[in-house]
Design a protein around this ligand. Structure first.
Ligand SMILES: Cc1ncc(C[n+]2csc(CCOP(=O)(O)OP(=O)(O)O)c2C)c(N)n1
Ligand SMILES: [Mg+2]
Length: 339
């Protein structure tokens, strides 16, 4: 097993000087994006509880560093595809949060004209190909995107995100086998938040070091601390380089935590303790980044406060935009459908 399963992430837990080379503007932007994801979702949760948003709503709060650190490590023309917990990925990719909020509200100004909702964010222009509600469905799709890129010699890679529980779907194994066999430029990112709904990882998988599970297909595994945006950045940079230059897939397990329930309708108190949640919050990715910016004198407290204030205002504007947007007109009922 150990031939392929290498614990390759050296930067786990540390915020090193070398990240300064990313530049001040980029670092502050990464902080801002994490805060934006959190405020956007807090506003969405509030709107949901007021029944302004219907259907499902799966919050990403706690996992922000995964989307932000990984997207920062790839090129704009690279692809990404994920499951239903997709708000963070779309925001990190740069989709206008106003049209994303409108999508949650089911409005015509939404990113999928109000027909997709929370689980189906999509942004073709930014190569963000969903938002997929069927657990594991995006894994063969992401593999196919990488195949297309290689076949057409496009030099573009595909980040294919999934939850820990999605690895137990057959589609995961079929896709990984082909990705290794055909040497596809794909990075599988497992966002291990320790639970699939209310089921803990160790109740669902005999192997709990999830990065090792690619070894039977000859896919190298890596693990990274998902509460540290730089650890994520480093690991994805390395895996992306391997995908692009050697056309080799990687299985990257990113250890993270969701602070909220599985979805808005999850009571969240029967399968984990309050103590566990509070302990995890002590490693909060946003707080860690803030400390780094302040201690490295990259930003002043005043600048951080300004970013926080600005993002708070933006989240409120997103809700206002969504509320004031029109419902999809009846005539649009049959638009954008295949059959
Ligand atoms: C094929 C399929 N089976 C079951 C479900 C119901 N379901 C929705 S989310 C989920 C758990 C997935 O957990 P995980 O992959 O760890 O992602 P997370 O929610 O933790 O981000 C299940 C079983 C589904 N959507 N699709
Ligand atoms: Mg999970």
């Amino acid at each position: 097993m150990s031939d392929y399963a290498v614990e390759a992430n050296k930067s786990e837990g540390s915020l090193k000087e070398e990240y300064l080379s990313l530049g001040r503007a980029k670092l502050v932007e990464m902080y801002r994006t994490m805060v934006l994801i959190r405020r956007f979702e807090e506003a969405a949760a509030k709107a949901y509880s007021m029944q302004k948003i219907g259907g499902f709503l799966h919050l990403y709060i706690g996992q922000e560093a995964v989307a932000v650190g990984s997207v920062a490590a790839i090129r704009e023309d690279d692809y990404l595809i994920t499951a239903y917990r997709d708000h963070g990925h779309a925001i990190a990719r740069g989709t206008d949060p106003k049209i994303l909020m409108a999508e949650l509200f089911g409005k015509y100004t939404g990113s999928s004209k109000g027909k997709g909702g929370s689980m189906h964010f999509f942004d073709v222009v930014r190569n963000m190909l969903g938002g997929h509600a069927i657990v594991g469905a995006q894994i063969p799709l992401g593999t196919g995107i990488a195949f297309k890129s290689k076949y057409r010699k496009e030099d573009r890679i595909c980040l294919t995100y999934m939850g820990d529980a999605a690895m137990n779907q057959g589609a995961f194994h079929e896709a990984l086998n082909l990705a290794a066999l055909w040497k596809l430029p794909v990075v599988y990112i497992v966002e291990n938040n320790l639970y699939g709904m209310g089921t803990a990882v160790d109740r669902a998988s005999a192997v709990t070091d999830l990065y090792k599970r690619g070894c039977s297909y000859g896919i190298e595994g890596m693990v990274a601390d998902g509460m540290n945006v730089f650890a994520v950045y480093d690991a994805v940079k390395e895996a992306a380089k391997k995908a692009r230059e050697l056309s080799l897939p990687t299985l990257l397990e990113i250890r993270t935590y969701r602070y909220r329930g599985h979805s808005m309708s999850d009571p969240d108190s029967v399968y984990r303790t309050k103590h566990e949640v509070e302990e995890e919050k002590r490693r909060d990715p946003i707080e860690q980044m803030k400390k780094f910016l302040l201690s490295g004198k990259i930003a002043t407290q005043k600048e951080i406060d300004a970013v926080d204030e600005d993002v708070k205002k933006l989240a409120a504007e997103c809700v206002e935009f969504a509320e004031n947007s029109p419902e999809p007109p009846l005539e649009s009922m049959y638009d954008d459908i295949y059959v």
